[in-house]
Design a protein around this ligand. Sequence first.
Ligand code: PRP
Length: 182
Amino acid sequence: MHQDLERKLVSASDIQARVAEMGREIARDYAGKDLLLVGILKGSTIFMADLARQIDIPVAMDYMAVSSYGLSTTSSGVVRILKDLEESIGGRHVLIVEDIVDTGLTLNYLVESLRTRGPVTVKVCVLLDKFERRKVDVEVDYLGFLIPDEFAVGYGLDYRERYRNLADIWVLKPEVYTKQGE
Ligand code: PRP
């Protein structure tokens, strides 16, 4: 185990088992529908790749990149779109795929924003829910795991762009991100 990691939060095998269940549920719910999976870069990439392969119906995949709101805009929840969809979503079923919901500001903004573009439905699929940190209500339609308010890395989640490639999800040691002068 890497010295920056405190303990394993969700094992790779638990992730794979849950992702398979979520994929089956999504395939059943969207059978016969035009489904577009929208992955939010970069955290969702690994989850998106695994989830999509567990959905046994035809799906399209697209990606958006959004900026994290700065401190000053935390309360407003305004999120800037850095990379927009290439697909048009009018008349289609959209499922937003996220690695984690924390305050809920990002997903709240994305759902509202995509709903203005004329899709039939916009729903949300999230692997991890750090529910204690929620600031705005977000309806999560498909959820992997509830997690405590600790710094999670791995399976797409990063600390300063590192650890995304870990197969398990880990808790980062607090001294790593509270260290001064880095
Ligand atoms: C994470 C995550 C969500 C957002 C959730 O992205 O992927 O997009 O934060 O937080 P919220 O519920 O408080 O809005 P991050 O900004 O870390 O970017 P990344 O996916 O590129 O790592």
